[in-house]
Design a protein around this ligand. Structure first.
Ligand code: ATP
Ligand code: MG
Length: 236
């Protein structure tokens, strides 16, 4: 059974339908890329999965349980973490305080300290800057912090919304390297990206979302070579 299964999902903002019956799955161990233009419904998809927006109809199953109407805080303790669009770190708190907040579902102090060490190993820059307020970090550092904070809950599945957005090319490469490492450490990844080329390069499977519908799905490497995809999403 898939780790995450989305079936016939319909989501509205008032009378406007943002998701029009989308279905897809994420298997344990996957990196799935969800690509699409501005306004296609990528963020809406992640928000609905993580319980921030209600589904009008359809179902979402995670780790064998129906989570369609489950609130977000419960999903974190079930093993789902969300790295939101625009990072959303707590600007006035330090790096360390932000990371600690990510572990709120895991009260064991010793475990938290061990996890923190693991995250500092993965993100040496966060260790260097642990006492700096998050609002004064660079964009790339804030992205690392948002990822580190999500990893503090030991997720099985991590949802990432446009992690490379607004970053300089060097940071973009670094963030994609980190995503691959997080995946190698055993976390399943659902990655929303406008940088389709890079997302497809690290993903195993991918879905294309167009105005609320999934129009293409396949192996990421096939999409990278697909003429239609190249023309619509891969030209620089
Ligand atoms: N809170 C809201 N109220 C009304 N409409 C919304 C709201 N949030 C999103 N929408 C609309 O839903 C559609 C999908 O938006 P969504 O943010 O999911 O797109 P996206 O694929 O993440 O786009 P982007 O690449 O710009 O982040 C858009 O038409 C958007 O205007
Ligand atoms: Mg978005």
């Amino acid at each position: 059974m898939a780790l995450l299964e989305v079936r016939d999902l319909n989501v509205y903002y008032g009378v406007i339908q943002a998701l029009k019956g989308i279905s897809f799955e994420v298997d344990s161990g996957d990196i799935i890329a969800l690509i699409g233009a501005n306004g296609a419904g990528k963020t809406t998809t992640l928000h609905t999965i993580s319980g921030l927006i209600p589904a009008k109809s359809g179902s979402i199953t995670f780790d064998g349980k129906d989570i369609t109407h489950m609130p977000g805080y419960k999903l974190v303790s079930m093993g789902m973490a969300h790295v939101p669009e625009g990072r959303r770190v707590f600007a006035n708190l330090t790096v360390l305080q932000n990371l600690r907040l990510g572990a709120y579902t895991r009260p064991d102090k010793k475990e938290m300290e061990d996890t923190l060490e693991m995250i500092y190993e993965r993100f040496p820059r966060l260790k260097e800057r642990r006492n700096q307020t998050a609002g004064t970090l660079s964009g790339g550092e804030q992205q690392m912090l948002a990822m580190g904070r999500a990893l503090m809950s030991h997720p099985k599945l991590i949802l990432m919304d446009e992690p490379s957005m607004g970053l300089s090319p060097i940071y973009v490469n670094e963030i994609f390297d980190i995503i691959e490492k997080i995946h190698q450490d055993g976390t399943t990844v659902l990655l929303v990206e406008q940088n389709a080329k890079k997302a497809l390069a690290i993903a195993n499977k991918a879905y294309v979302l167009e105005t609320g519908r999934i129009t293409v799905k396949g192996q990421a490497k096939d999409l990278l070579n697909d003429e239609r995809i190249k023309k619509a999403y891969l030209s620089e």
